[in-house]
Write a protein that binds this ligand. Structure first.
Ligand code: SF4
Length: 401
């Protein structure tokens, strides 16, 4: 089949094979990939609506024992600049999020050996008691695996307990590239193998949770690895139908042990378009403007994306690796409408909540993203003393034997 015929088959609703996907990715002109992806997006979303969510990306701790070599965010146990957010601090962030119309927290953090399962349960319960309708899109699969290993409970049981405490859905972070050879090179094989990441999502979907899926490309992976990754997601989606959306971004190299360079905007747009073509059973693809910037984010809407992701109030992880783009709701809506699409707010299940909020309410403009921790925050939140620490440094801090 010619490249043109492969693209036409995909636009008509046909499924591409791994070989066909690789040929498209390597050889199709960018305009052909973009047109095919845009046609598929228009078939799935004929009303021309582009959605976004108002939420906040909160990283509850930067302590991490995983030490992925592509990560600039983590700090080792006992380092002087580590933090764990106090429950009160998280409540304050939720108050601020609700004040600008936010409906959920995206809550992720490092693999901190001194936070037991009960800490997460208590936090989730406390959030739900205080903010009953507020949603928790929390804990990526490697974090769930970390908690499962520490608590010596099966992943299914951990998910069940976290759901009972208030977890509403699982973000697709930590997938990087779902190929174990690549994961070993990124030093993220031990935090979760490709099979383990998929298994957490399978368990979550079976338990009734909807989740997202992600891909971080452009570190040590080859094009064929990215396609293997997409096919693993497509297979699980065939099996469970539990993924709400797919988000891809390029590796951000600044301040990382791995180093290297950042992939170009065109490579991002080609990767996004290819994902729209391969992931024929995903309804929603997000534009990652947080890593690519607003202008490439806007172009994403012509390359298969139908969602602008989050009106982000706070970001810590990609900022540590050198990217810190900021767009508030006004800016996101301007980018959507400038392309001729209709902007709508949504929730985590991609249900539409309404028109842009700033047109209904007076919401202060945000020109910069917040960070996780301010100098005024306590080094040792009061409630931490209730939980048994495992590391020596944390035991000393908490006054535990
Ligand atoms: S990517 Fe996540 S798991 Fe890996 S070192 Fe960074 S915080 Fe830890």
């Amino acid at each position: 089949m010619s490249i043109q015929a492969i693209a036409e088959n995909a636009v008509a609703g046909g499924r591409v094979t791994a070989d066909e996907a690789l040929r498209l990715y390597l050889d199709a002109p960018t305009s052909m990939l973009a047109e095919a992806a845009d046609a598929i997006r228009a078939r799935k979303h004929p009303e021309g609506i582009v959605t976004y969510i108002i939420d906040r990306n909160v990283n509850y701790t930067n302590v991490c024992v995983a030490r992925c070599n592509f990560c600039a965010f983590y700090r080792t146990v006992g380092s002087s600049d580590t933090y764990v957010l106090a429950f009160e601090e998280i409540f304050r962030k939720i108050d601020e999020t609700i004040a600008v119309g936010g409906v959920q927290l995206l809550l992720q953090g490092g693999h901190n050996p001194d936070l037991p399962l009960e800490w997460y349960e208590d936090l989730f319960r406390a959030v739900k008691r205080r903010y009953p309708g507020f949603k928790l899109h929390a804990l990526s699969p490697p974090e769930v695996i970390h908690i499962s290993r520490m608590s010596r409970l099966a992943v299914e049981r951990v998910i069940e307990r976290l759901m009972t405490a208030g977890m509403d859905s699982i973000p697709g972070g930590g997938a990087e590239i779902l190929v174990d050879r690549v994961r070993k090179q990124l030093n993220c094989y031990s935090k979760a193998t490709a099979d383990e990441w998929i298994d957490v999502m399978r368990h979550a979907h079976r338990a009734g949770l909807r989740t997202t899926a992600t891909m971080m490309y452009g570190s040590v992976d080859a094009e064929a690895d990215r396609i293997e990754h997409l096919l693993r997601l497509r297979d699980l989606q065939d099996e469970t139908g539990g993924f709400t959306a797919f988000i891809t971004w390029s590796y951000q190299p600044e301040n990382t042990e791995l180093g290297g360079y950042e992939r170009t905007g065109i490579e991002y747009l080609r990767t996004l378009a290819l994902a729209r073509i391969v992931l024929d059973n995903f309804d929603n693809l997000q534009a990652s403007w947080v890593t690519q910037g607003g202008k490439v984010g806007q172009l994403s809407l012509l390359c298969g994306a139908n969602d602008m992701g989050s009106v982000m109030i706070e970001e810590n992880v990609v900022r540590a690796a050198g990217a810190s783009y900021c767009m508030d709701e006004v800016e996101i809506v301007r980018n959507i409408e400038n392309l001729g699409f209709v902007p709508k707010r949504r929730n985590m299940h991609y249900e539409r909540l309404g028109d842009p909020l700033f047109r209904e309410q007076d919401i202060p403009r945000r020109r910069a993203l917040d960070t996780a921790k301010s100098d005024a925050d306590p080094l040792m939140p009061d409630e931490l003393s209730r939980y048994a620490a495992r590391s020596r440094s944390a035991r000393v801090m908490r006054g535990q034997p």
